[in-house]
Design a protein around this ligand. Structure first.
Ligand code: NAD
Length: 317
């Protein structure tokens, strides 16, 4: 098949590209390199079945041209940083909602009808049901990021209804693993590299979060598009466990052989829109025969090992 992957040079997108190529598919990677890294596409660029388009998803003409002949679009490009939403209120709307609408329009014009979308567990805001299922009561939004992704989901569903699209919407917990380039493990390791004796922690460290290893995430997406054939297929993707930020700090510091002084900013959340408890019910995905291979602890340690071996990333971001 011919796949187009937006956000191909990003953390998750680049792993997806590598896997699609390994399975023998043709892949067009589309990325503006705003947060993507050329190094992540090194293997892909060596394949004759890979083509890279360096452009923005807001550039409708470039997007339409790149999409000609595609059978399936994986839309991974986004502003993926939840934390800074209120510092630039336009960004999530523009990059995540309007960007997704542009992808849908380019697909419609080029007759591409199947889309896989990287959504997020953040769309559940602060739910009251744990683990949170896909059909929990309609969520109240607490972050601009979550709101922009939920709006994007809405457009995808409306295009499925209005234009006969088929969609797979994946609501991820936080993803960990090789090429990880943003999030709490990144921030903690970066601090510890500069000041091994102290670590500043946002909130009180008691926030409970779930995480998933990037290869488990890619496995799930590929299995879902093969096995689930509804019009709109929505899947939570996460592990059947959660940890406290303090657990994660302990795993990271023990692994690095450090005993830093912990300085908490206080309060039960790290920033406005930080959800103090994220734990998704992934039984719908598990019913297709998928299960994650790594625990959260194992994924945290792989991530630290990757960051230690790839200091270039810490200097760039
Ligand atoms: N990493 C996570 O924990 C996580 C959790 C939930 C959802 N997601 C979603 O998964 C997707 C991938 O996230 P990631 O962690 O790989 O992030 P990332 O920042 O590493 O990847 C995003 C990629 O999209 C590209 N991009 C951004 N804006 C673009 C634009 N306007 N035009 C073209 N390319 C653009 C970036 O250059 C980058 O390569 C995102 O949609 C994100 O919201 C990620």
């Amino acid at each position: 098949m011919n796949f187009l992957v937006t956000g191909a040079a990003g953390f998750i997108g680049s792993h997806l590209v590598d896997r699609l190529l390994a399975l023998g598919h043709h892949v067009t990677g589309y990325d503006n390199f705003s947060t993507g890294q050329p190094e992540f596409l090194q293997d892909a660029l060596a394949s004759p079945r890979f083509r890279l388009v360096r452009a923005d998803i807001l550039d409708q003409a470039a997007l339409e041209e790149a999409m000609a002949g595609a059978d399936f679009v994986f839309h991974m490009a986004a502003n993926a940083d939840v934390r800074f939403g209120t510092q630039h209120p336009w960004k999530d709307l523009e990059q995540n909602t309007i960007g997704t609408w542009r992808v849908l329009e380019a697909m419609r014009k080029q007759g591409v009808r199947r889309i896989g979308f990287a959504s997020t567990g953040s769309i559940y805001g602060e739910p009251e049901i744990f683990p949170t299922p896909e059909n929990c009561p309609f969520p109240v939004q607490t972050s601009l990021y979550g709101a922009s992704k939920l709006a994007a989901e809405g457009f995808i569903e409306a295009y499925a209804e209005g234009f006969g699209f088929q969609a797979w919407i994946f609501r991820f917990v936080s993803i960990l693993g090789e090429r990880y380039s943003h999030g709490h493990v990144f921030d903690f390791y970066k601090q510890l590299r500069e000041h091994p004796d102290e670590l500043h922690v946002l909130g009180n460290g008691r926030q409970r979060k779930s995480y998933l290893y990037v290869h488990d995430c890619v496995d799930a997406m590929l299995l879902a598009i093969e096995k689930a054939q509804g019009k709109v297929n929505i899947f939570n993707l996460g592990t059947d466990e959660y940890c406290e930020v303090n657990d994660s700090i302990r795993w990271i510091t023990e692994h690095l052989g450090l005993r830093p002084r912990l300085i908490y900013s206080g309060g039960d959340r790290g920033w406005v829109g930080d959800n103090p408890f994220i734990f998704l019910d992934c039984s719908r995905m598990r019913a297709l025969g998928w299960r994650p291979r790594l625990s959260i602890r194992e994924a945290v340690i792989r991530t630290v090992d990757y960051l230690v071996a790839n200091p270039f990333l810490l200097e760039r971001r």
